[in-house]
Design a protein around this ligand. Structure first.
Ligand code: NDP
Length: 247
């Protein structure tokens, strides 16, 4: 693996498991100094920190003050934030008619408001440095209708729109903002999806397999690299062709 991110400081939210963990490990392997957040899973976070190597910070997406202190800590220890990856996310699937208000609010607050809090917190130091890259991890649920995921779809569709609007604001200041849109990726989150739904999805995936976290991480490091220097306000879909075909 090349050392593209040597001397760069990268922050990944939700880096203790799944896609976030693969992103942490890929940036670390490419020379970056990586900090990542987690919510509750101390053991998984300690493991990623050791393997990365990376620094684990316990910090909830829903706690604006904790996010501000996490950003201050990274700046104090590393002096800059070159890349922010907004990856942390949750699901709470059910039909809208049966959905408790708390499940709607939790998903929007974690996935959309959380990413917004992080972007707000890193914008000032990135503007000061006149450089930076922000990558938001959305979902194909933000592109196509998925039953039982109105809350999640609203959070991810919102994140895609947010990405474009923020790109319009920050581009002139030298900060690139893009998103990666994963399809069905093998993680704890997708393990909770019922077997029949997984099987149905698999039939529509052109590559006839689910994706691996490392395949999403590869798109993320590409968007953060100099090779993507003219890509702005866009999204890269990593779904094995699931949304590319009609049948
Ligand atoms: P996982 O459930 O495997 O991991 C979620 C990560 O987010 C964990 O590190 C978890 O920390 C962290 N997290 C959860 N809630 C919070 C919170 N309130 N504050 C801070 N961190 C939190 O998820 P995936 O790896 O599958 O998903 C990662 C991202 O990719 C999400 O945004 C998801 O929506 C998106 N995505 C996933 C797809 C898939 O098929 N897996 C498909 C499309 C998009 P902890 O370990 O402490 O719980």
């Amino acid at each position: 693996m090349n050392r593209e991110f040597e001397n760069k400081v990268v922050v990944v939210t939700g880096g203790s498991r799944g896609i976030g963990r693969a992103i942490v490990e890929r940036f670390a392997a490419q020379g970056a100094r990586v900090f990542f957040t987690y919510h509750q899973n101390e053991a998984a976070a300690a493991q990623v920190a050791a393997v990365g190597p990376a620094v684990a910070i316990k910090c909830s997406q829903t706690d604006a003050a904790a996010i501000d202190s996490a950003v201050e800590r990274v700046l104090a220890e590393a002096g800059a934030i070159d890349v922010l990856v907004n990856n942390a996310g949750i699901t709470a699937d059910t039909f809208l008619m049966l959905m408790p208000a708390d499940d709607w609010n939790r998903v929007i607050d974690t996935n959309l408001n959380g990413a917004c809090r992080w972007c707000k917190a890193v914008t000032r130091p990135m503007l000061g440095a006149r450089r930076g890259v922000i990558i938001n991890i959305a979902s194909i649920a933000g592109l196509v209708g998925v039953m039982g995921q109105t809350n999640y779809a609203a959070s991810k569709g919102g994140l895609l729109a947010f990405t474009r609007a923020l790109a319009a604001e920050l581009g002139v200041k030298g900060i690139r903002v893009n998103s990666v849109v994963p399809g069905f990726i093998e993680t704890d989150m997708s393990a909770r999806v019922p077997r029949q739904i997984k099987q149905k999805n698999l039939e529509h995936i052109v590559l006839k397999r689910f994706g691996k976290p490392e395949e999403v991480a590869a798109a993320v490091t590409f968007l953060a690299s100099d090779g993507a220097s003219y890509i702005m306000g866009q999204s890269i879909v990593v779904d094995g062709g699931l949304t590319a075909t009609a049948a």
